[in-house]
Write a protein that binds this ligand. Structure first.
Ligand SMILES: Nc1ncnc2c1ncn2[C@@H]1O[C@H](COP(=O)(O)OP(=O)(O)O)[C@@H](O)[C@H]1O
Ligand SMILES: [Mg+2]
Length: 650
């Protein structure tokens, strides 16, 4: 049983409070299939999100199976399924794989057999068995919606919320889905709430909820709908709604509601008696009318007779009453536009709640491996991404290697004794000085070029990594996926990318231009570490950007700017004014990797490189490594904050 009482979701707009969901009170018993209809923008999705706990409720109360959710905490993720308007499956995976991954993320399974059995059951319930091997990208609209539904059914949720799962479908697919939802509501006393803009197939629902400007204006049997609104056909209901103030519609409904509820209860008893509807006994016990209190005093108890004539002008007294207990469910800081008085309200006692047969959520490690497996699968099947990565991997080091000939020229040394008077000596000194200038700038340039290209790869690795799948992430967090497991899967995947790119870049260039390493310690291995850390730092920061930004376009743009500024702000091309350098330098990964690598050069080369740059390069590589390490950690922390933060949009 789902009970809402004066349920509100309020937003502050231009210093004005607006109730997007306005004092909705309703009661939906188990084993019940309800449609939520209403004109576009009337608050259907908002109501669903608020019930799911994605929007903070502002006032009122919500109870599930007799337990107030504010006191007892939200419905368990495994017990609630929410099929959103957007697709929650990856195009690169097959139907079977999508359901398998959804199961592995949300259900602790016991061996392959258990997993297969669960997948087969869901495939069957949603009629996807025949097309289990097909990739998601070739599915029709109707099949995709059924897949989204299947992915929500893996935990066998008792409360199933669906948002416009039939919109844009042909009439046959639409009928097919509505029929399946109807069947799902007949299993294990499940409550199914389906938002729809379509007024077709209403007879398959047990009840219809009509919303108008965020207010509930009807909740009753489908066959009484036209009669209640005094219209010939269902399509005329929306135009009729517009003819009267929404609040008046709401008040009219309150007057007649209990009679309709009694009618629905009678129908339900008939269905239970004939065995058409089967509800587990412990749920029926919870809903025992003897134990049940009246929902609200707004109802006119005396009106048991059927309300044939609707009085749309009468006013009824307002008095909602939420209990104020331990608040575990999110509650909005915005008070409802309508101020509500308090009163007592008894929730069913805990002892009435039977032990729930809920599936267990898998642990963090298991979720991590599932997410990593999915990431690798998606990557390996994305041909465009593979070609791009391969092209970058091959071409970028080649670009650097083009300069190797110049870099391999011998570095001339100044003679120990200089005879200033000899013109021959002056000529030699000029040659040596030109040679040192040329080698110094080539060495410094090759290192900076490597660093900047790796920075570019880093931003390409991570800029879209989270922002590109934000909606799915939000959906999965809602379903019980741990942000830590998600972040860890990204970090392991990206670490592999960074290592492949950096090692390949370093060794490829090394083959053409052996790094003129320090006489003692350091040398190529230090250079390798600097290159890897530069790539890792940019990858990590871009991952942070990707998780903090709202859209993948914003994340890509910001990441491109970040890389674009690396070269000019590193000071490798033009020396920066001291103040600017001091402010920007901590953020420029390229500078630290460059300075660290220069410090790993043999002394002669180091001197030649430092002679051609006006930028201070006097940091030892251990310090540079620390700065890059801090950048990596900051990026990871930003990524974690972004992943954890709710960014649910509909
Ligand atoms: N987060 C929000 N901020 C501002 N307005 C919102 C927000 N969410 C919903 N709305 C507004 O609330 C109204 C109801 O939206 P919605 O629930 O999506 O309608 P429906 O699903 O019935 O078409 C719309 O006018 C919408 O613009
Ligand atoms: Mg909507």
């Amino acid at each position: 049983m789902l009970e809402l009482e004066n349920f509100c979701f309020t937003l502050e707009k231009d210093e004005e409070l607006i109730n997007l969901v306005d004092r909705v009170s309703l009661r939906i018993p188990s084993g019940h299939f309800t449609a939520i209809v209403g004109p576009s923008g009337c608050g259907k999705t908002t109501l669903l999100n608020t019930i799911a706990g994605l929007n903070p409720m502002s006032e009122g109360s919500i109870a599930w199976r007799g337990q107030d959710l504010e006191e007892h905490g939200d419905i368990e993720p495994a017990d609630i399924g929410y099929v959103p308007q957007f697709s929650i499956a990856y195009d690169a995976l097959t139907v079977d794989e999508s359901i398998e991954i959804a199961t592995k993320l949300k259900v602790k399974t016991y061996g392959h057999e258990d997993l297969d059995k669960r997948i087969d059951k869901v495939l069957e319930d949603t009629g996807l068995t025949q097309i289990a091997d097909r990739p998601v990208k070739v599915l029709s609209g109707g099949q995709k919606r059924r897949l989204s539904l299947a992915m929500e059914l893996v935990t066998s949720p008792q409360l199933l919320l669906c948002d416009e799962v039939t919109s844009g479908l042909d009439p046959r697919s639409e009928h097919d889905i509505v029929r399946r939802l109807h069947e799902l509501s007949r299993q294990d006393g499940r409550v199914v709430l389906s938002v729809t803009h379509s007024l077709a197939h209403l007879d398959l629902y047990d009840s219809i909820i009509v919303l108008h400007e965020g207010k509930l204006v009807y909740h009753g049997p489908p066959d009484r709908l036209n009669h209640y609104f005094s219209v010939e056909d269902t399509d005329s209901i929306y135009p009729k709604l517009a003819k009267q103030n929404a609040e008046k519609w709401r008040l009219s409904w309150l007057k007649h509601r209990e009679a309709f509820y009694q009618k629905m209860a009678k129908k339900r008893r008939e269905l239970l008696d004939t065995g058409e509807l089967k509800v587990p006994p412990h749920l029926l016990k919870l809903e025992d009318p003897e134990a049940h209190h009246e929902l609200t005093s707004e109802i006119n108890h005396g009106q048991a007779s059927e309300p044939l004539e609707v009085d749309h002008t009468s006013e009824t007294r307002e008095e909602p009453k939420p209990p104020r207990g331990k608040r575990r469910r999110k509650r909005s800081k915005v008070p409802a536009a309508h101020v509500i008085e308090e009163d007592q309200h008894d929730t069913s006692p805990d002892d009435q709640q039977e032990e729930l047969d809920l599936v267990e959520t898998p642990n963090l490690v298991s979720q991590f491996f599932t997410l990593l497996e999915r990431r690798i699968k998606i990557f390996s099947r994305d041909r465009g991404q593979l070609i791009l990565q391969a092209a970058i991997l091959l071409c970028f080091p080649c670009l650097v290697a083009l300069f190797s000939a110049q870099g391999n020229e011998p570095l001339l040394q100044y003679p120990d004794v200089i005879d200033q008077s000899s013109t021959e000596t002056i000529r030699k000194l000029t040659i040596i000085s030109e040679n040192r200038l040329s080698i110094g700038s080539t060495v410094s340039g090759i290192i900076m070029f490597q660093v900047v290209l790796l920075a570019l790869m880093g931003s390409n690795n991570a800029a879209r990594e989270i922002a590109g799948e934000r909606q799915i992430l939000e959906k999965e967090k809602f379903g019980g996926v741990s942000p830590i497991a998600y972040l860890a899967s990204k970090l392991v995947f990206l670490t592999c990318m960074v290592l492949i790119q950096s090692l390949w870049m370093a060794f490829f260039v090394q083959f053409f231009w052996p790094f003129p390493g320090a006489e003692v310690g350091g040398g190529f291995s230090q250079h390798l570490i600097m290159l890897t850390m530069a790539n890792a730092a940019i990858t990590s920061i871009c991952l942070g950007i990707s998780s903090l930004m709202k859209t993948s376009e914003q994340a890509s743009l910001l990441s491109i700017y970040l890389v674009g500024f690396q070269l000019p702000l590193s000071g490798a091309v033009l020396a920066l004014p001291d103040l600017v350098a001091a402010i920007t330098r901590p953020f420029i990964s390229a500078y630290w990797a460059w300075a660290g690598s220069i410090d790993s050069l043999a002394n002669r080369y180091q001197a030649a490189a430092k002679a051609v740059t006006e930028t201070s390069l006097n940091f030892d590589n251990a310090f540079c490594m620390q700065v890059l390490g801090i950048q990596i950690i900051v990026g990871i922390i930003a990524a974690f904050i972004g992943i954890k933060r709710d960014q649910w949009t509909h």
